[in-house]
Design a protein around this ligand. Structure first.
Ligand code: GDP
Length: 524
């Protein structure tokens, strides 16, 4: 009897796209979904990007600023693989959300604009991937436009990212003459993504390849493609999976070139769901018992229901509709009665999801970011990060009578990961912290729209926040006692030290060497 779990897990590919705004992430996503049959018409994702903001008031912010703060997951099938594409917000003010999403993927596609090369946001996101050794496939987009020389681009990736490159395809011409992709190792071509199969050819000089180009460009193409085949690093699966080498594909998401090469590469080379580290053991994806963790909470996906969806990555086994799970943080059981899959424009009840899949679990605040679900085992996944906020504010309420309501609302926002909430030990009003200023706008808008609470923000006397811990509990107590006015507790009750500036942080850190002060906390 075939082992269905192993087979199902083996065909899953869970990935994200990292790029600088405007490089073509949305366009590429549309094309991937189109080939995956998840949507009928390319253009639907974009349409969704425009339409979704009307769904609820707080999303007005996105419309006004022309950015997308909505993160979600899209599942599609192609050539017997099941792909889970996790979308990430493009704007850096929501970086913490993006980083957490990257903890739930096994691979990433790095999209580079062929004219611009590596841009700042690509670099930043790449660094996060490197910390986790996430294997990266590179897609050089917009080859149909004025583009840099392919060797230049490969060089830039190697230099700026310290990452080996292995060109897998070579663009047949570029700009207006861009006519398809030539597969270096396979000696085959694809003239457009409308062709599902590659056509074998007799080397770059064959008429079937060079003949696609105007006379004056043929010699250059033949020379460059031959040089790439001989001189560039060959693809090495182990080096790729360890995050040392990236296979590079050239194309145009808009004009539908090279996207099939990319999707084939994801199926062929990207790793199946990897093992995940928990506090007590490492959990293999093919372990028969279900385990999962929450990496994102999203509210108001459907304004008619005011629901909260917890996005969970299944780490092992199979998650079945109706099953009882144990929530590690509380030890309490929870019934998974309506897990959902997400496609481009709709959601659907998930009867069965396997390790690697990402499903949404509707709930009313039971689940928080970083939570672990199991079939009963007391186990907690490590590694979902919480970043020290860069901006700290006190919330000023216009109507002081509503203080209690504000407290509840802030608690909920913090559970969703919209903001972080810190309760000072000295009993003074709570402080909210965010990584980027736009998150404050979102908070303000949502407090108004959903809770009827008009608020403004006051500067707090602190600007830096660090989680504190010690090997010896007594040391921590001494520190807390002598800094009571500068200590607060986060949502989990963990203590933080609030400093007015970098100088005073350094000063205290120097005086209290036994205190660990960290800017990143991993949810436990
Ligand atoms: P995102 O911000 O990374 O999601 O980028 P978009 O997918 O929204 O693309 C930004 C702009 O570049 C849009 O105007 C797209 O139509 C355009 N674009 C995307 N891919 C290509 C491409 O392959 N060729 C050309 N010429 N334009 C493209």
């Amino acid at each position: 009897m075939p082992d269905t779990l192993t087979e199902e897990v083996g065909r899953r590919r869970t990935f994200a796209i990292i790029s600088h705004p405007d490089a073509g992430k949305t366009t590429l996503t549309e094309k991937l979904l189109l080939f995956g049959g998840a949507i009928q018409l390319a253009g639907e994702v974009k349409a969704k990007k425009d339409r979704i903001q009307t769904r609820s008031d707080w999303m007005k912010i996105e419309r006004e600023r022309g950015i997308s703060v909505v993160t979600s997951v899209m599942t599609f099938e192609y050539n017997n693989h099941v792909f889970n594409l996790l979308d990430t917000p493009g704007h850096e003010d929501f970086a913490d959300d993006t980083y957490r999403t990257l903890t739930a993927v096994d691979a990433a596609v790095m999209v580079i604009d062929a004219a611009k090369g590596i841009e700042p946001r690509t670099l930043k996101l790449f660094e996060v991937c490197r910390l986790r050794d996430i294997p990266i496939i590179t897609f050089v987009n917009k080859m149909d436009r004025e583009a840099r020389n392919p060797f230049d681009i490969l060089d830039e990736v190697e230099q700026k990212l310290a990452l080996d490159t292995a060109p897998m395809t070579w663009p047949i011409g570029q700009g207006r003459s861009f006519a398809g992709t030539y597969h270096l190792a396979k000696s085959a071509i694809r003239k457009s993504d409308r062709e599902t199969e590659l056509t074998p050819v007799n080397g770059p000089e064959s008429d079937a390849v060079a003949g696609l180009l105007p006379e004056n460009e043929r010699a250059t193409f033949i020379e460059e493609a031959s040089l790439a085949a001989e001189a560039c690093k060959p693809f090495d699966l182990t080096a790729f999976r360890e995050g040392h080498l990236t296979p590079v594909y050239f194309g145009s998401a808009l004009k539908a070139f090279g996207v099939r090469d990319l999707i084939d590469a994801l199926g062929e080379f990207a790793p199946p769901p990897r093992a995940q580290v928990a506090d007590t053991r490492t959990v293999e994806a093919t372990d028969p018992k279900m385990t999962a963790f929450v990496f994102k909470i999203q509210a108001n996906m459907d304004p008619n229901h005011r629901d909260r969806i917890a996005f969970v990555r299944v780490c092992s086994g199979k998650l079945e509709r109706g099953m009882k799970a144990r929530l590690s943080r509380t030890g309490k059981p929870m019934s998974l009665s309506a897990p959902q899959f997400f496609f481009a424009s709709q959601r659907q009840i998930a009867d069965t999801a396997y390790a690697g899949d990402v499903v949404g679990i509707p709930n009313h605040g039971t689940l928080r970011i970083g939570d672990t679900l199991t079939e009963g085992e007391a186990l907690v996944f490590q590694g979902v990060p919480n970043f020290a906020p860069e901006i700290l504010r006190r919330v000023r309420l216009e109507d002081a009578m509503k203080a209690k309501k504000l407290k509840e609302a802030l608690q909920q926002m913090a559970e969703e990961g919209v903001v972080q909430l810190f309760s000072p030990e000295d009993g003074s009003p709570a402080i909210v912290g965010v990584v980027g200023a736009l998150q404050l706008d979102v908070l303000k808008e949502r407090l108004h729209a959903e809770y009827g609470l008009p608020v403004s923000f006051d500067l707090a006397r602190f600007s830096i926040c660090r989680w504190i811990s010690t090997a010896d509990k007594n040391d921590l107590e001494r520190f807390v006692t002598s800094h009571r006015g500068d200590i607060a507790r986060d949502l989990d009750g963990d203590p933080v030290f609030l400093a007015s500036d970098q100088f005073s942080l350094n000063y205290e850190a120097e005086r209290w060497k036994m205190i660990d002060m960290v800017a990143i906390k991993e949810y436990q």
